[in-house]
Design a protein around this ligand. Structure first.
Ligand code: CU
Length: 113
């Protein structure tokens, strides 16, 4: 029975941080809504359909900047720094082709219903 308190201590050490993990993970989970991840010089998903009034977030996971620039200039993020994000409120229905002005091979499409 002498080892009882010791086991409790080990238990705390083992499960204490794990129990705190869900609270730490709550921040990313709070980022709801349509999201496009920019990674490895690609928009993912390349084609995203949203409803009018939704806010779309682009997250740049690359180590260098990108832009989200609509071909018709309906929206233009300017440079999104590495690790940063940018959002756009989709107010008008339509199909918006966009790309990255820094990397012409990067293409995406936002469809607002
Ligand atoms: Cu780019």
């Amino acid at each position: 029975m002498r080892c009882g308190p010791l086991l409790a201590l080990i238990g705390l050490a083992a499960f204490g941080p794990a129990a705190a993990a869900p609270a730490a993970a709550a921040a990313p989970a709070a980022v709801a809504g349509p999201t496009v991840v920019i990674e490895a010089m690609r928009f993912e998903p390349a084609v995203l359909t949203v409803r009018r009034g939704e806010r779309v977030v682009w997250v740049n996971r690359d180590l260098f900047p990108h832009t989200v620039t609509a071909t018709g200039k309906a929206f233009d993020s300017g440079e999104i720094a590495a690790g940063a994000s940018w959002s756009f409120l989709a107010r008008k229905r339509g199909s918006y082709a966009y790309g990255c002005t820094l990397h012409p091979t990067m293409k995406g499409q936002l469809i607002v219903r």
